[in-house]
Each structure stands twice: as structure tokens, then as C-alpha cells.
Design a protein around this ligand. Structure first.
Ligand code: BTN
Length: 246
């Protein structure tokens, strides 16, 4: 592994409920090394954002959680982890290479307007210190059928098959590089996240608190809220309040 600490310790599982849940248990019951990775071929109860499920075909995709200790981040900067992880997945896809990648707020990754990866970050606080952060990442790699979901994969985008272990190595490199950048060069993480934000500056339809609106994405504020311009107004929306419409 060509990294300093990410993926130096890998827990390889055939089947688990959720790699995030497994990682949560590790940080509750011990002190795993920073950069420990839990990877599974199959998750019986993979978790997504907003309490949704993350279901993918066993053995075909990258399904992993990385344990970090970002005690250097102030509570009000926690969303920087979402930006950092989104850009790590962006870099991962750029390596293969894949074109037309964008990060969809808060932390999905899209290729040609279709979802290719999802990220679920779960934080553990000790008083006001961010003691642990579990960065759960699901990337569609060799799966090509998605049922009713408008999704894509590395294989669908490039026509090639990939070795999941090689993909994990590449992801660990990308994540570590962005995590180190987070310590020293936050401004560029902010800038690149915004530059690659899905729908930035486009007029789109959204449901905000169950009301349909047309608005333009202006960016994401420090608290991680999506900033939408509608007419003369700026709306600051959190994940529970807003749904993107087609
Ligand atoms: C989403 O798009 O809603 C986020 C999906 C996150 C899925 C990954 S797969 C590995 C890790 N373990 C989980 O249970 N979820 C994350």
C-alpha cells in the first residue's frame, strides 16, 4: 500500500451488516489505528444518507469504511470532511479516467449526471472534540444493471472490468492525499468542491420543505447547507429540507 496510514490495516470481510456499523463498534470498544479500512463483499444492511439503504450486487463494487481521527477540525468545520471525501472519490474516478464527474451536494459523486458513488460520514464526539470519523464509501465498480435506479459504474463508464482490491488501493491513496490537504490547504478543498458542484449556477427545480421551487445553486456554506437563490432571496437548506427534482 503506497500510503502513510490509510489502508495499512485492512479488515476484509465477506459479509457484514454494514461496514460503517462494524467500524462504529471498533471505535466504541477500542482504539483502532487511524486509517483502518473495513471492506466487505456484501453488506446485508448497507446504510445510506437520510436513513436510506445502500444495496449493491455482492462482490462487484467497492464497499468500505475508513476510520479517521480528525481532532484538528473545529465543530463548525465538520462539513470539510464531506468535501474532502467527495473530492477523494472525484480524484479516484479521474484516475481511470472517467469524464464529466461532479460532486452532488452533500457528498454523492455523479458521472454524466448519474450517481456512481455515495458517501456516509458518521462522527463521534468527545465533548467538543471530533474523536472519530467513519467515512463510509460505496462506489459502483463492475455492476451494470441498476433496476429502477438512474445509476452508473466505472465499468458502465469505461467498458472495462476492474479488480476491487486495486480499486481499494487507489481509493486509499486519493483519500489520504485529500485528508492531508485538509490539514494544510483548506481553501483549495473549498474551491475545488465548489468548482465541481453538480448544478452550480444552473436553474433547477427543488422541493424545499415540501414546496416546489425553482432556484439556482450558489454554493454550500460553512455549515454545509446548500445555498439556493430564488428570485431575490437566498435559501440555506440542510439535507432534510431539500430534494433535487429532475
Ligand atoms: C448514500 O448515497 O446515501 C450514501 C451511501 C454510503 C454507502 C457506503 S457503502 C460502505 C459504507 N457502509 C455503509 O453501510 N454505508 C457506506
Amino acid at each position: 500500500m503506497q500510503t502513510l496510514f490509510t489502508g495499512r490495516n485492512i479488515i476484509n470481510l465477506y459479509e457484514v451488516d454494514s461496514t460503517n456499523a462494524y467500524a462504529q463498534n471498533l471505535v466504541k470498544t477500542g482504539t483502532p489505528a487511524e486509517g483502518t479500512v473495513i471492506i466487505a463483499e456484501h453488506q446485508a444492511q448497507g446504510r445510506g444518507q437520510r436513513g436510506t439503504a445502500w444495496q449493491t450486487e455482492p462482490g462487484k463494487n467497492l464497499t468500505c469504511s475508513i476510520i479517521l481521527k480528525p481532532g484538528f477540525l473545529a465543530p463548525r468545520d465538520t462539513f470539510m470532511l464531506n468535501k474532502m471525501a467527495s473530492l477523494a472519490v472525484f480524484d479516484f474516478l479521474s484516475y481511470y479516467p472517467v469524464a464529466d464527474i461532479s460532486v452532488k451536494w452533500p457528498n454523492d459523486v455523479y458521472v454524466y449526471g448519474k450517481k456512481i458513488a455515495g458517501i456516509l460520514i458518521e462522527n463521534t464526539w468527545r465533548e467538543s472534540i471530533l474523536a472519530w470519523s467513519i467515512v463510509g464509501i460505496g462506489i459502483n465498480i463492475n455492476q451494470t444493471a441498476f433496476g429502477e435506479f438512474d445509476a452508473t459504474s466505472l465499468k458502465a463508464a469505461t467498458g472495462n472490468d476492474y479488480d476491487i482490491d486495486d480499486c481499494l488501493q487507489q481509493l486509499c491513496k486519493c483519500l489520504e492525499a485529500r485528508y492531508l490537504q485538509l490539514r494544510s490547504d483548506r481553501n483549495n478543498i473549498d474551491r475545488e468542491y465548489k468548482e465541481n458542484l453538480f448544478g452550480l449556477g444552473e436553474k433547477r427545480r427543488f422541493m424545499v420543505n415540501n414546496r416546489e421551487i425553482t432556484g439556482m445553486i450558489k454554493g454550500v456554506n460553512r455549515a454545509g447547507e446548500l445555498v439556493l437563490e430564488t428570485g431575490e432571496m437566498l435559501l440555506h437548506c440542510d439535507l432534510k429540507e431539500v430534494v433535487f427534482l429532475r
